[in-house]
Design a protein around this ligand. Structure first.
Ligand code: CU1
Length: 525
């Protein structure tokens, strides 16, 4: 190894090896990798639960599972994907990329970083183990609405405890990200010179700190209602179950943006690279991201149009929600303008980012449909809503995560991934994703309710298509796993700068990035 890049980690006897290394590591790359593997494990687990759901719904009249177990599947699928798969995956990206992109030697609080990660596996075990306690896991839906969540068995307590632990992990992770970005940038890197991915994470971290305690409050009130005789959500005791929904969604709507803003950040790195043009409208991207974050706090009751809200409330939350389409539209315009007259190539990261643009934007539009109160009252609790948020979370968050993984995999592993397999992964994902979720719009508009284990004959055809699509989508992800393992184990050596158009700081490092990030911090002009 060249002296400037420090010593080869494998021969460094000052660092522990084996399991001790992973348990005690304070290195942001180790921790980033652990986050990414953890989230992939949860993605597979939550995905298997989803296949359990789709198997039950393959045909009307099937009864593979008891209805209570079906509810447990939908609930745990949601909790695991939101808190176990998507959020930790973005934190993994933050750990790997933020120090490299701003020229910092590591995360600001390296030991707290280790603690943030190691809180997650026990939380996931608590969640998963709730399937095996008397009464099974909670079947109250990932939103844990009262009064059902007040009445359920001890699986609910395990879920509450798990949510608390994961929340603590998120808050510590966010503090780390904010302090790293504000205090540890290389000389010359002003805030308005930061890569967009860093910007979106800075804003996301503030969102997390603002709303995770609100979720903690909601589930704590739930806990005291369940065990300590309070009546926050009990109408007979002077409380109100609708209060739970207000508190939950004051967390829950910003949470939606927590899961999509870092995705915007990834796409904003990938599209300029493969269009070989600078990002169009950098400053407007920053302001749009901040506007979306601020607006996300004043729209929560659009999830509650059927709770008997006054018309004035419905109008306020409807118009406030529609306002978010403005900064989001600015972003989509900027991405398209970046590609305009660019010299584009379509390697796998770009395919997933352009795919994101197509399908995520559709999820945005159906979000607008849901935001219109009189329409929402018709489609509340139907499969239309399920279609909408899977377009946002799968075609949005997940496709961006795929895009970013292929984009930075050469930097992370030092090897080029298998482009043919990557492209196959993209096209099969795109086809099976739409096969699974596009038809759900029709099911919802025709009135099929969500969270039911059976349905009437008229919904049979679309459900069968969705179920076949879901199994295809699940199997396709094995290709992704194969690409990653292959890339870690070998393959053509990645140059320091595998992508011609890439111009952010991390590409100035050799591939893989050295174990210690910077011997001398680079100077950004
Ligand atoms: Cu919302």
């Amino acid at each position: 190894m060249e002296a400037v890049h420090g010593h080869d980690h494998a021969h460094d006897h000052h660092h522990p090896t084996g399991i001790t290394r992973w348990l005690t590591t304070t290195n942001h790359k180790d921790i980033g990798s652990m986050y990414l593997w953890f989230s992939f494990t949860m993605f597979i687990t939550g995905g298997i639960l989803a296949l359990g759901i789709r198997a039950e719904l393959f045909q009307p009249g099937l009864q593979l599972w008891k209805p209570e177990f079906f509810n447990q599947l939908t609930t745990m699928h949601g909790l695991m994907m939101v808190f176990g798969a998507i959020m930790p995956a973005f934190v993994g990206f933050a750990n790997w990329q933020i120090p490299l992109m701003i020229g910092a030697s590591d995360m600001a609080f390296a030991r707290m970083n280790n603690f943030s990660f190691w809180l997650l596996p026990p939380a996931a075990l608590l969640l998963a183990s709730s399937f095996f306690v008397p009464g099974g896991a909670t079947g109250a839906g990932w939103t844990l609405y009262a009064p059902l969540s007040v009445q359920q068995g001890m699986g609910m307590d395990l879920a509450i405890f798990a949510v608390h632990i994961m929340g603590a992990s998120s808050i510590m992770g966010s503090i780390n990200i904010i302090v790293t970005i504000l205090n540890m940038r290389a000389p010359g890197m002003t805030l308005m010179k930061m890569p967009l991915f860093v910007w979106t994470w800075l804003i996301t971290a503030y969102l997390l700190i603002a709303v995770m305690p609100v979720l903690a409050g909601a589930v704590t009130m739930l806990l005291t209602d369940r065990h300590f005789g309070t009546n926050f959500f009990n109408a007979a005791g002077g409380g109100d179950p609708v209060l739970y929904q207000h508190v939950f969604w004051f967390f829950g709507h910003p949470e939606v943006y927590i899961m999509i803003l870092p995705a915007f950040g990834i796409v904003s790195q990938v599209i300029p690279t493969f269009a070989r043009k600078p990002l169009f409208g950098y400053a407007s991207m920053v302001y749009a991201t901040a506007s979306i974050a601020i607006l996300s706090f004043i729209v929560w009751a659009h999830h509650m149009f059927v709770t008997g809200m006054p018309a004035a409330g419905q109008l306020f939350f409807m118009y406030a929600t529609m306002l978010i389409a403005v900064p989001t539209g600015v972003k989509v315009f900027n991405w398209v303008a970046t590609m305009w007259k660019g010299s584009m190539t379509f390697e796998t990261p770009m395919l997933f980012s352009v795919g994101f643009l197509f399908v995520f934007t559709m999820g945005g539009f159906t979000g607008l449909v849901c935001a219109v109160a009189p329409i929402d009252i018709q489609i509340q609790d139907t499969y239309y809503v399920v279609a909408h948020f899977h377009y946002v979370l799968v075609a949005g968050s997940l496709f961006a995560l795929f895009s970013g993984t292929y984009f930075w995999l050469p930097k992370w592993t030092g090897h080029m991934y298998d482009e043919k397999l990557g492209k196959l992964h993209f096209w099969l994902s795109m086809i099976f994703f739409n096969m699974t979720f596009f038809v759900m719009h029709f099911l919802g508009l025709a009135g099929m309710p969500r969270r039911i284990p059976d349905y009437s004959q008229q919904f049979a055809d679309f459900n069968m298509i969705a179920s076949i699509g879901a199994f295809g989508f699940g199997l396709t992800q094995l290709i992704f796993l194969a690409v990653i393992i292959k890339c870690i184990k070998g393959g053509p050596k990645a140059p320091a700068k595998p992508w011609e158009g890439a111009d952010t700081l991390e590409w100035t490092l050799p591939s893989p990035a050295p174990y210690h990030t910077f011997e001398t911090p680079p100077v950004v002009k």
